[in-house]
Design a protein around this ligand. Sequence first.
Ligand code: C5P
Length: 238
Amino acid sequence: MQKRELLYEGKAKRVFLTDDKDLVISEFKDDLTAFNGEKRSSAVGKGALNNKISTELFKLLEKNGIKTHFVKMLDDKHMLHTRVDVILIEVIVRNIATGSLTRNLGIEDGRVLPFTLVEFDYKDDDLGDPKLNDQHCLILELVEHQDELDKLRRMARQVNDVLKPYFENIGLNLVDFKLEFGKDSQGNIILVDEISPDNCRFWDIKSGEKMDKDRFRQGLGGLKVAYEEVLNRILGKV
Ligand code: C5P
């Protein structure tokens, strides 16, 4: 499958058309951004690590009956996937309080939440990705019906039900993560984007060490080593 015209360039990926109108190719970039693009850097090989991690996690979710856009990994930096209309809602799933939840609501950092929290953020960089409630989503016409919001929440919880125990088994706490969804050409809602340490927080269960993009956000260093460790654990190499 050959890359054709550039369809879209985001902060972490470029998406290219292919000869098949229903399929596109994502190229995972090495660029790193945080705080809505205010902090920027890059790490050679980061894109390939995220492509490989996402590939394994999409396969795992598909095996567990969750529909995703994943078709196959083409090479280190490229993934073939279904073309969708992206739903402009970032679905945030939280098991442990940290990050913006702690900042916004004063909840103690590291507190295990009494139940899994699912939140919606508006995928709009100009507005700084503000929080949305269901009525905002409907007024903005980000979805057609309340049913679709219920489906996003349901699917997000299903993803968490698969990934949380999976990561516990390889010594990582899945603290929180961001999911994106889209509609395929038949109108089905499927999971899209990537699932990687760029958009998940992983804390090592034994040491508490952060194994995700917070290493870059917080200037801790060692980002690539951490991402490699996550991939190696997924591949059963440690
Ligand atoms: O910053 P915050 O605490 O809201 O992030 C929650 C989770 O969502 C984190 O895992 C973070 O990596 C992810 N996230 C993301 N992209 C955003 C906002 C949050 O991947 N634009």
